[in-house]
Ligand binder design. Structure first.
Ligand code: AMP
Length: 189
């Protein structure tokens, strides 16, 4: 099973991805986690990405497609994967389709976890407090920018999948386990 988990920063994509990984034995591919690992390792990619991430902007499509292309080709992805935080632009969505087609793969579902902006500020504040500010981009100012970017560049990807009949939306304002239950029902149904 190959799935996209879609939604704004703080919607709970990472949390829900973990549940899906455990249930369906797929691999979680979070471009944000991969970039943070590159930053922590001080690689060339990490050095390039850090300033962009700290500003709440998007890393270049070609770089992101390169990372995902390499990762999807690894053996552990053969059992399926859940994309968390990717694709974030239309060119990324189109690039993903090309890569999947080349590998004879497809997508089974695109699940949007919908949460209004007003709620996201409270959530990101909570995450920053819980993690001791581990993420440089978890603050109100950067979140404002990340949400602008989400609405201008990422949300336009939704109609792309809607037209393909693949888009399912869940209400991300519910309790975590209620969101999980809804996602499981969609994936099992
Ligand atoms: P996330 O952990 O998904 O919130 O991602 C943190 C940051 O990493 C984002 O604000 C972007 O700067 C960068 N990033 C993660 N995934 C992508 C992507 N698919 N395309 C462009 N930039 C990304």
């Amino acid at each position: 099973m190959n799935i996209i988990l879609f939604g704004p920063p703080g919607a709970g994509k990472g949390t829900q991805a973990e549940f899906i990984v455990n249930r369906f034995n797929v691999v979680q591919l979070s471009t944000g986690d991969m970039l943070r690992a590159a930053v922590a390792q001080g690689t060339e990619l990490g050095r390039k990405a850090k300033a962009v991430m700290d500003a709440g902007e998007l890393v270049d499509d070609a770089i992101i497609l390169g990372i995902i292309g390499d990762r999807i080709g690894e053996p552990d992805c053969a059992c399926g994967f859940i994309l968390d935080g990717f694709p974030r632009t239309l060119p990324q969505a189109e690039g993903l389709d090309r890569m999947l087609a080349e590998k004879g793969l497809g997508l089974d579902a695109v699940i949007e976890v919908r949460v209004p902006d007003s709620e996201l500020f409270a959530r990101i504040e909570k995450r920053a407090a819980e993690t001791g500010g581990a993420r440089a981009d978890d603050n109100a100012e950067t979140l404002k920018k990340r949400l602008e970017v989400y609405h201008s560049q990422t949300a336009p990807v939704l109609p792309y999948y809607q037209e393909k009949g693949m888009l399912k939306t869940v209400d991300g304002l519910q309790a975590i386990d209620a969101v999980t239950a809804e996602i499981m029902k969609l994936l099992e149904g």
